[in-house]
Structure formats: structure tokens, C-alpha cells
Design a protein around this ligand. Structure first.
Ligand SMILES: [Zn+2]
Length: 57
């Protein structure tokens, strides 16, 4: 089980982005969330952290 970076819960299904993990539920949420939705901004923020981590590594 890995910890999802969006919902912070341990999940067994999902996708890996670099060294981070997004669960299947959050992946669907991101896909379905409109870019005008404040939640979308949160998701983008979380994923930006992944990219920054990648650059540092
Ligand atoms: Zn999640």
C-alpha cells in the first residue's frame, strides 16, 4: 500500500508520477474536476510539488 499525495490515504490502486503516488480515486477526481474549480488548483499544487522534487533529484 502506498500513500496518495492528494488524499493522504494509503491505497493499493493508482498511478505513479515520478516517485509519488496518486490513487485511482484521486486520479478520476482530477480528470473530472473543471479547471475553474478551486479543487483543481489544489491538485495542480500537489503535482507541482512532484515536479519540483524531480528537479531536485
Ligand atoms: Zn487519493
Amino acid at each position: 500500500m502506498e500513500k496518495c499525495i492528494i488524499c493522504k490515504k494509503a491505497q493499493d490502486t493508482g498511478i505513479h508520477l515520478y516517485t509519488s503516488f496518486i490513487c485511482a480515486g484521486c486520479e478520476q477526481e482530477i480528470i473530472q474536476t473543471d479547471s475553474d474549480d478551486p479543487k483543481y488548483k489544489y491538485y495542480v499544487e500537489q503535482m507541482r510539488v512532484i515536479k519540483e522534487t524531480k528537479i531536485v533529484t
